[in-house]
Design a protein around this ligand. Structure first.
Ligand code: ADP
Ligand code: MG
Length: 714
C-alpha cells in the first residue's frame, strides 16, 4: 500500500483515505481534477461509489484464426515484433506489433500512442481486448485495444490483481471528461488496494446480518472487480451481494435522514391556530366558479386538515397537467386568509405568474381580500408599493416569481406558501420564501407524474396528495403516430384546424450533441411552415432566445396573436392556452415517454377536441415503437409513468433533478425500488431501537441535504 504525501495545505490531522481528494492523487492534473469536480467526483469515496456502467467478460480468450471484423475480441500471445511508424500527416503515429498465439500471427495497431514502444516489446506476453477491423492492405487487425503485459521472459511473475483490463470480468466505466474507462479502472484499482482492512460501517450489525450484506471493503472490491466466478448477468443487473450492499447502504442513510426529519417535524408547532367553520366554508364556496371533481375535493380536504393541525404542512400536490391544481391551491389560500394570514404563490416564470394572477384576481374581486402581482418585470415603484402592502398586511395574497424571494420583502404574517411547478425551483429558493413566515404551511405542486409508490418513498418528507381525475367535459386528446411519408396529411390537418381558428404547436427535439443542427432544422421548418400557411402567423421559439424574448413570444401565442408556434425547447410548463388544439411533434422517436406526455399536455386544455401527431423518421427501434404506442393508447400520466418504468433500461434514469427526486450515487430509484422499501423500514426500525452508531447520526445531519440534494426538503 503506498502512502501519499499529505497535500500542502491540508489539515495536519491525517485525512481518512476515502475522504482524500482526487485532485491530490497521482496522475490527476488540474484539468482532470476540474473534469472530475464537474462530474461531482471529488474524493476517493466518490470515485468508489461510481459504479461501472456494465461489465464485460474478457476471460474467454479467442484464437487469432477466429477473429471477425466488427467484433470485439480478447486475445493473448507473445509479441514477435514491434515498430513505430510516422505517417505523412504531421505528428500522426502508428505503433504496430505482431503477436503470436497458439493459432498463428495477428497484427495490432495503436494510433498516436508512440509511448507504447517503451511498454510493449518483443518477447513479452500480452493480453489484449479490443475491436477487430479489416483494412487493405494487411487484412484483419486489432485496433487500439486495451492491453496488459501479463508475463515475459524478463519478468518472473506478477500478482494476479494486476490483470485488470483483460483476461477477467472487466468493469466498464462511463467516461469523465478526458478520463476514459481504462484510466478510471486503474484509479479505482489503486484506491481499492490502499483501503485499510477495516472500514467504518454505517450499517448496524443486526441489519447487515438480516440481509446477508457483506462488509464495506469486500463490497467495494466486489462492485468493481468481481470474483471470476461471478455471474455476468447478475452483475449487469446490479444484484450481486456486493452491489446490493452498497445500494442498500445509500438508501438506508437516505431513509434515515428522512426519518429524522419526520421526527423533527412532528415536534414543530405553528405559532397560530387555524379554524374552519361555516363562515370560512361559505367564503370559499362563493369564489368557486365550478364544481370540484372528486379528486380535487379529496385533495382539498387533506390540505385543509393539514392547515388545521398544529404542525406545519409540508405537502406535495401532484396531478397531471390540466387536472385543476390551481383552484385547490386558491381554496386553501382562502382558508388561510379567512384566518387572518397572508399567502404567497410562487410560479417559475413571469408568464405563469401573470396567468395565475389573471385567473385568480377576478375570483377574489367580490371578496375582501386583496391580491397583488410581483415579478421581476414589475417596476421599482410597483415593487415598493407591493412591499409596503405586504409588510403592513394590506395585501393578503401575493402571486409572483422568484422575485418573492428577494431579501427586503417582508410579510406581516405569512401563513401559507404555495409553490407551483416545484421542480423548477431550488431548495434554497423554497427555504428562503418559507423563512419569510414563522413555520408557515407549505404546499408544493407538480405535474410530473411519478408513480405513487416511488413518490412515497423518494419524495423526502413531503406528504403526497394526488389528483387523478380531470374536470368534466374534457375530451381525451386524440393521438396518432405518423411516419414521415405521410407528412403532407399532417399539414392538411393543421390547415383545417387553423382555418377553424385554432392554434397549434410544432415541436422539434433539441439534443445537446446536435444542438446547432437541430436549431437549424427548426428554423428551416418554421420558414417552410410560414410559406405553407402564409395566411397565418407562424413564430419560432427556442432556447437560445433571451428569456424575455421567449416570454414575449409565449405571451403573444397565449393572446392568440400567433397561430402556429414552432418550438425547439419544451414549451413553458403549465402555460394554459385553451385554444391551442394541435400538437405536432417532429422526430417523436427521439423523445422520452415522459417528455412526450408533458409536451402533449400543452393541448387539450379547453373544451374543444385536441389532437397530437407524433411524426417519426426512419425505422423505429423496438422501445421507440413501444413508447409511441403507449402514448397513443392512453393520456393518463400515471399509466404512462408506469409504462416508462417498464421501458427504461438501467442505464437511463428519470430526470431526477427535474422531478425533485433525490440524487443518488449508486442506487437507482427505479431499478432499486424494492431495496428502497426495505431500507425505509429498516431505517425507521433502527431509529426506534437506538441501533444507529452515534457518529453516523452526527454526520448525517449536515451531510444529508448536500449528499442527496433533495428538492422537496430543506
Ligand atoms: P393544472 O393542474 O395543470 O395547474 P389548472 O389549475 O391550470 O390545471 O386548470 C386547468 C383548467 O381547468 C383551468 O382553465 C381551470 O379553470 C379548469 N378547471 C379546473 N378545475 C375545474 C373543474 N372542477 N371544473 C371545470 N373546470 C375546471
Ligand atoms: Mg398549473
Amino acid at each position: 500500500m503506498t502512502q501519499r504525501p499529505v497535500p500542502p495545505n491540508a489539515d495536519p490531522a491525517p485525512v481518512h483515505l476515502l475522504n482524500q481528494e482526487l485532485r491530490f492523487q497521482k496522475g490527476i492534473g488540474p484539468r482532470r481534477a476540474s473534469e472530475l469536480q464537474q462530474a461531482e467526483v471529488r474524493t476517493l469515496d466518490d470515485l468508489l461509489h461510481r459504479f461501472p456502467i456494465r461489465f464485460e467478460d474478457r476471460s474467454q480468450l479467442q484464437r487469432s484464426t477466429d477473429l471477425k471484423a466488427g467484433e470485439s475480441a480478447a486475445l493473448c500471445g507473445e509479441v514477435v515484433s514491434a515498430g513505430l511508424r510516422r505517417t505523412r500527416r504531421r505528428g500522426f503515429t502508428i505503433f504496430e506489433i505482431l503477436v503470436r498465439d497458439d493459432a498463428g500471427l495477428f497484427r495490432v495497431v495503436w494510433m498516436n500512442q508512440p509511448f507504447l514502444q517503451d511498454v510493449l516489446k518483443p518477447g513479452q506476453r500480452v493480453s489484449l481486448y479490443g475491436k477487430v477491423e479489416y483494412r487493405t492492405p494487411g487484412g484483419l487487425r486489432l485496433s487500439n485495444p486495451q492491453y496488459e503485459v501479463v508475463a515475459s521472459d524478463t519478468q518472473s511473475d506478477d500478482d494476479d490483481e494486476d490483470h485488470n483490463h483483460t483476461g477477467r470480468i472487466v468493469p466498464v466505466y462511463e467516461r469523465i471528461g478526458s478520463l476514459a474507462t481504462g484510466h478510471l479502472r486503474r484509479l479505482v484499482l489503486d484506491t481499492l488496494k490502499r483501503l485499510p482492512p477495516q472500514l467504518d460501517d454505517p450499517l448496524p450489525d443486526a441489519v447487515r446480518a438480516r440481509h446477508s450484506l457483506p462488509g464495506r471493503r469486500e463490497a467495494l472490491w466486489g462492485a468493481h472487480f468481481p470474483a471470476p466466478e461471478t455471474q455476468l448477468d447478475t452483475l449487469n443487473r446490479f444484484r450481486t451481494p456486493a452491489q446490493l450492499r452498497l445500494i442498500f447502504e445509500e438508501l438506508f442513510l437516505f431513509q434515515l435522514g428522512l426519518a429524522l426529519r419526520r421526527r423533527e417535524r412532528q415536534a414543530e408547532r405553528k405559532p397560530r391556530v387555524l379554524r374552519v367553520d361555516d363562515r370560512v366554508r361559505r367564503s370559499a364556496l362563493s369564489v368557486l366558479p365550478f364544481r370540484l371533481t372528486p379528486g380535487q375535493k379529496e385533495a382539498l380536504r387533506t390540505i385543509v386538515e393539514d392547515l388545521c393541525r398544529p404542525q406545519p404542512m409540508n405537502r406535495l400536490l401532484q396531478g397531471d397537467v390540466g387536472c385543476g391544481k390551481t383552484i385547490v391551491a386558491l381554496l386553501a389560500a382562502l382558508v388561510a386568509m379567512e384566518n387572518g394570514l397572508q399567502v404567497a404563490l410562487m410560479a417559475p416564470t413571469e408568464l405563469l405568474a401573470e396567468q395565475h394572477y389573471l385567473s385568480i384576481a377576478p375570483l377574489l374581486s367580490t371578496s375582501r381580500f386583496r391580491v397583488i402581482l410581483l415579478t421581476g418585470g414589475s417596476g421599482a415603484k410597483a415593487r415598493r408599493e407591493a412591499g409596503l402592502a405586504l409588510e403592513r398586511g394590506d395585501a393578503n395574497l401575493v402571486i409572483g416569481t422568484h422575485a418573492l424571494v428577494q431579501q427586503n420583502l417582508r410579510f406581516r404574517e405569512l401563513g401559507l406558501v404555495i409553490i407551483d411547478e416545484q421542480h423548477r425551483f431550488g431548495v434554497l429558493q423554497r427555504a428562503t420564501l418559507r423563512d419569510k413566515g414563522a413555520l408557515p404551511d407549505v404546499l408544493v405542486m407538480t405535474a410530473t407524474p411519478i408513480p405513487r409508490t416511488l413518490a412515497l418513498t423518494s419524495y423526502g418528507d413531503l406528504d403526497v396528495s394526488v389528483i387523478r381525475d380531470l374536470p368534466p367535459g374534457r375530451q381525451p386528446i386524440k393521438t396518432t403516430v405518423v411516419p414521415e411519408a405521410r407528412r403532407q396529411g399532417v399539414y392538411d390537418f393543421l390547415g383545417r384546424q387553423l382555418k377553424k381558428g385554432r392554434q397549434a404547436y410544432v415541436v422539434y427535439p433539441l439534443i445537446e450533441d446536435s444542438e446547432k443542427m437541430d436549431l437549424k432544422a427548426a428554423t428551416a421548418m418554421s420558414e417552410t411552415l410560414a410559406t405553407v400557411f402564409s395566411d397565418y402567423v407562424v413564430s419560432l421559439l427556442h432556447g437560445r432566445m433571451k428569456s424575455d424574448e421567449r416570454e414575449g413570444v409565449m405571451r403573444r401565442f397565449a393572446a392568440g396573436a400567433i397561430d402556429l408556434l414552432v418550438a425547439t425547447t419544451v414549451i413553458e410548463v403549465g402555460v394554459d392556452v385553451p385554444n391551442a388544439t394541435v400538437m405536432v411533434v417532429e422526430h417523436a422517436e427521439r423523445f422520452g415517454l415522459a417528455q412526450l406526455h408533458q409536451l402533449r399536455g400543452r393541448v387539450g386544455r379547453g373544451a374543444d377536441q385536441s389532437y397530437c401527431r407524433l411524426l417519426y423518421q426512419g425505422k423505429l427501434t423496438e422501445t421507440a415503437r413501444a413508447r409511441l404506442r403507449a402514448l397513443a393508447r392512453t393520456t393518463d400520466g400515471f399509466e404512462i409513468a408506469e409504462e416508462d418504468l417498464q421501458l427504461r433500461g438501467p442505464g437511463e434514469m428519470l430526470g431526477t433533478r427535474q422531478s425533485g427526486l433525490p440524487t443518488l450515487r449508486v442506487a437507482h430509484l427505479i431499478r432499486d425500488h424494492d431495496v428502497m422499501e426495505t431500507a425505509r423500514a429498516e431505517a425507521e426500525a433502527a431509529l426506534g431501537s437506538d441501533g444507529i452508531p452515534e457518529p453516523v447520526l452526527a454526520k448525517l445531519d449536515d451531510a444529508w441535504t448536500r449528499r442527496f440534494g433533495l428538492a422537496g426538503v430543506g
